[in-house]
Design a protein around this ligand. Structure first.
Ligand code: PMP
Length: 476
């Protein structure tokens, strides 16, 4: 059976307990660790580094899952959380108590939307934010007409919007959906992703490519009956499902135009790509195309508290205020003062320290370094992203873009080798399906506080790891 040392990423043997370095058996009670792997045990963090129980220092190139945007152990955020805890009200039932710090956070968030969004609905996770946005969108039509024919959502293949029954129903992530298909949220219809690497035809310009994408959406509207569609839902830059695939210039505008032509709403999921990750506070600001509803998460609280939100445009808010005056929703852990304290401090730091500028500058440098070290590699098919959100897609054949056999687990191998004691660095592995083709990718999503030297380090280690993995695969 596999011997799993803390710090190694050997194949798991879930039937037997892990065996630690000194030969001691240790029973694992944590289901994830039991079913998957005995990961390195992390005991502390500072800046871009995580420190493990067995004495390793890991460079966190992924900010967890693109969460820890200020890095680890930020004193200002820790103090803000501590201060809120000492008031004795980390939690308040948000359905019947007011809180100044929660109000301050909402004001800060709306101030960052160029006047495009009007109100904030706070939640405890990205999945919950997606569920709330779907319900708000439905309610937008229900307020005016209790018999509204608007019952359908259109989302995209190769997308990830969360793991709850509704959010996974919206997601176009084949592998994550498969076991639960019989009871995922119904009435969600998927159109093809927007993936320039895999879909752009010979000679197609940005303009003609996005026009084709808009047509795919329009055809779906017509097929379903335009009067039955509630909203189109998309991630401006696809995260976990495809590995940092950005919208092609013009895409957000043409997709919004189709939605509005038929009276439907546009929901943008910026849980992963938002809150500064792509170099603007919101990814849609890159195009100046605001949605009707938007979800945010991850970088909102930077991992210092579980917090996410729906940003709601005036059009939707007014419909609710003028109608029933209610949003019949709510969960226990939402709008907590301690969540707000963390997120408000994270957002204040982003703004005061002008970290967006650093994301744009270091992001451009990361692109340059990755391309110079890896663009010619025979198995690196695509290097794509925006800001500090970059993905590498691996292919068996660069010309045909044929992927590797999923059984080889290429992305996982890259991530495992990166995290091994040889390299001590995180890379976020994934695989997604575009037009029936499954691919392997890894994501790089470092903190917004990275320096030029950090980027040199990240790019060099990534390149070394990729070269080594394919040397090993080549000899299989
Ligand atoms: N939407 C997107 C785009 C995401 O990347 C994620 C999480 N990876 C979610 C929604 C779900 O967020 P959470 O895991 O906080 O529920």
């Amino acid at each position: 059976s596999a011997v799993t040392e803390p710090g190694s990423r050997d194949p798991p043997d879930s039937k037997s307990p892990a065996i630690t370095k000194d030969g001691q058996k240790r029973t694992i009670y944590h289901l994830d660790r039991h079913l998957h792997k005995d990961f390195p045990v992390v005991v502390s963090g500072k800046g871009n580094h995580l420190f493990t129980k067995d004495g390793r220092t890991i460079f966190d190139t992924t900010s967890g899952a693109a969460v820890s945007c200020l890095g680890h152990g930020n004193e200002r955020v820790i103090n803000a959380v501590h201060k809120q805890m000492t008031t004795g009200i980390p939690y308040l039932a948000s359905s019947y108590w007011g809180s100044e710090i929660v109000d301050d956070l909402c004001k800060e968030l709306i101030n960052g939307t160029d006047g495009k969004m009007a109100k904030v609905y706070l939640t405890g996770s990205g999945s919950e934010a997606m569920e709330a946005s779907a319900k708000l969108a439905r309610q937008y039509f229900y307020e005016n007409d209790k018999q509204t024919p608007r019952v359908n959502f259109i989302a995209r293949e190769g997308s990830y919007h969360g793991n709850t029954i509704g959010a996974l129903g919206i997601s176009g992530h084949v592998a994550r959906r498969a076991p639960y298909l019989p009871f995922l949220m119904p009435n969600v219809h998927h159109i093809p992703a927007c993936n320039a690497y895999r879909q752009r035809k010979e000679g197609e310009t940005d303009e003609s490519f996005v026009a084709r994408k808009a047509l795919e959406l329009e055809e779906k509207f017509l097929e379903l009956g335009p009067e039955t569609v509630i909203a189109f839902i998309a991630e401006p830059v696809v995260g976990a499902a495809l590995g940092c695939v950005p919208y092609v210039p013009g895409y957000l505008r043409v997709m919004r135009d189709v939605c509005h032509k038929y009276g439907a709403l546009l929901i943008l999921d910026e849980v992963m790509c938002g809150m500064g990750r792509t170099g603007t506070l919101h990814a849609w600001q890159g195009e100046g195309v605001a949605p009707d509803l938007q979800t945010i998460g991850k970088g909102l609280g930077g991992g210092y508290q579980p917090i996410a939100a729906v940003l709601i445009s005036e059009k939707v808010v007014n419909r609710l205020s003028d109608g029933s005056g209610q949003f019949v929703h709510g969960q226990t852990y939402q709008g907590m003062p301690v969540q707000a304290a963390a997120a408000l401090e994270v957002q204040t730091i982003l703004r005061e320290e002008n970290l967006m500028q650093n994301v744009a500058t270091q992001g451009a440098y990361l692109e340059k370094r990755l391309k110079s070290l890896l663009a010619d590699h025979p198995h690196v098919g695509d290097i794509r992203g925006k800001g500090l959100f970059w993905g590498l897609e691996f292919v068996r054949d660069k010309k045909t873009k044929e992927p590797f056999d999923p059984k080889l687990g290429v992305a996982q191998r890259v991530s495992d080798l990166a995290l091994s004691p040889l390299y001590n660095m995180t890379l976020y592995p994934g695989g997604g399906t575009v037009d029936g083709v499954s691919g392997d990718h890894v994501i790089l999503a470092p903190s917004y506080i990275v320096t030029k030297d950090d980027i040199d380090y990240i790019a060099k280690v990534t390149s070394d790891v990729v070269h080594q993995v394919f040397q090993e695969i080549g000899s299989l």
